[in-house]
Design a protein around this ligand. Sequence first.
Ligand code: NI
Length: 203
Amino acid sequence: MPRSPIARATALASLVLILAIGGMVGWRMLDRDRDGAVAAAQGSSVIGGPFRLTDQFGAVRTDAEFRGRLMLVFFGFTNCPGVCPMEVQSMSRAVQALATQGDRVVPIFISVDPARDTVEQMRAFASNFDPRLVALTGSDAEIAAVAKAYRVYYERPTAAPDEPYDVPHSSMVYLIGTDGRYLTHFDVGTSAEAMAEGIRAHL
Ligand code: NI
């Protein structure tokens, strides 16, 4: 039996409505997926983040001022018997090996022992290395926050600052991009030459 024009118009209108609702639901799901992907990208896998710390000359330094340059970031403490001075030395030599391009990289040493690593102590330590080294210390809370952002493990000392103690800490060197985002890292013991090569790939 042939349908009346009214029945056909009603069926067409229903179809349009169903398609419209379907499209909206589909779009919203797509949107949620996209938000989910962004949230995942900004989630636990991300290393790095903002900081506001004090350098070896007593000046306040923030991550924002290093945008446009690469940051080579290492956490440690000045009383470290071996690994820390060796790593900071490798960072210094890597930046020097990059010659003029080295000015586009900021080597940064962040103390995980702020109780002993005063501004004066950091200045004495930093004077052993490339003058471009930025040696940062801060309050316990500031250091805890930046270490958390970089997924750096360290043990807070329980001994009094005047007694000798060690501060176990993770020892990777992080390379952060000109936009402040994590690029790569170098494992402890990476030679200055290998580090320079790794940095050059991102310059
Ligand atoms: Ni160390």
